[in-house]
Design a protein around this ligand. Sequence first.
Ligand SMILES: Nc1ncnc2c1ncn2[C@@H]1O[C@H](COP(=O)(O)OP(=O)(O)OP(=O)(O)O)[C@@H](O)[C@H]1O
Ligand SMILES: O=P(O)(O)OC[C@H]1O[C@H](OP(=O)(O)OP(=O)(O)O)[C@H](O)[C@@H]1O
Ligand SMILES: [Mg+2]
Length: 394
Amino acid sequence: MTAIQTFFLQGSVSTLLSSQSSVTSCRKVSLKFTVSCCSATSPLAVVNGNVEKRPSDRTEVRIGLPSKGRMAADSLDLLKDCQLSVRQVNPRQYVAEIPQIPNLEVWFQRPKDIVRKLVAGDLDLGIVGLDTVCEYGQGDEDLIIVHDALEYGDCRLSLAIPKYGIFENVNSMKELAEMPQWTPERPLRVATGFTYMGPKFMKENGLKHVTFSTADGALEAAPAMGIADAIVDLVSSGTTLRENNLKEIEGGVIVQSQAVLVAGRKSLMQRKGALDITHEMLERLEAHLRAEGQFTVTANMRGSSAEEVAERMLSQTSLSGLQGPTISPVFCKRDGRVTADYFAIVICVPKKALYKSVQQLRAIGGSGVLISPLTYIFDEETPRWRQLLSTLGL
Ligand SMILES: Nc1ncnc2c1ncn2[C@@H]1O[C@H](COP(=O)(O)OP(=O)(O)OP(=O)(O)O)[C@@H](O)[C@H]1O
Ligand SMILES: O=P(O)(O)OC[C@H]1O[C@H](OP(=O)(O)OP(=O)(O)O)[C@H](O)[C@@H]1O
Ligand SMILES: [Mg+2]
């Protein structure tokens, strides 16, 4: 019989980087492992929080969304903006649906569990921060980033050290690695929740004498408490670092992160419907995110012909639109004759350039300028879809 247990290991565990496999006793940490027990007599197999990969014959495609934390609401909002509203019967129910996509089940999970379940094949798609994919995916080639920039959850995984004391004049990873203080007896102590990415980064940067401790939050307190010399944690505005007298250093950014759509390769290749659903979600996300930075601008312009109006429009730097202005005659009846003295112009304008565009329109005789939000810009091609097909070898 197979039982799955989760428990806390309390003890003195840390990783000494100079010898990859050695686990030495240095510092108190609390690590959470999922352990699968095959029988009362067989040895325990630690599988990094994952249950073993197993085949599944379910017919529904599953997407994991963050159940809590700062990514949860933003993920639902983004899907809603793409007309993919999630219908959840009550907030404590972890399964939900997106009525627009009938064969898709939504499962609310903690971000790290979304990545673990993607690796295990229990989810097919997920939305999480790139930092979480890197940390819990541990380089698994079966994890494919389908959309790498969902434009929320911006932060970076960074190494930070105190501004004071022996670190006062240390401003780069190189200077940190060259400090004479770090020896096998007195290694650099790093506190981090990123127990895969942290050690990997330090090793890649040539830091030999390093130990790690971990905690579930408020890591920025560790140096002032005397528990650690440095931390590896997420930074967004930088306020938490500043308030705790810590600084980032040159070369110390490990990952630039934001929300991403991630999928399991096997799911995309083998699960019926998974690739089609991914295609639809990708199309909507790309078209929506592209549109979000733009306004539609319509205006009237007096002119003798569409070509003459177009020439005036194209003489201005901010009025060329995506592929050029759309110009249509506005017909009216004067003295019994139908004429077109006015033309309606329609262009897309980046939100940042809106006021400049309005000024330029007025300068060339535009009137009655109307501004409306854009929901989607569907291009002929979805660049990330091409990329995905090529990654899958299709
Ligand atoms: N300060 C921040 N600003 C912006 N995005 C952040 C910030 N901190 C984390 N993130 C992003 O949001 C994701 C979720 O972080 P959040 O702290 O909300 O949840 P969590 O870390 O899973 O939960 P908890 O902190 O309660 O353990 C992170 O993986 C990261 O991608
Ligand atoms: O650069 P800032 O904008 O100050 O944000 C950085 C902080 O945000 C996250 O913490 P969170 O709010 O998730 O709290 P936690 O420590 O409980 O995870 C992260 O772990 C940092 O502590
Ligand atoms: Mg957090």
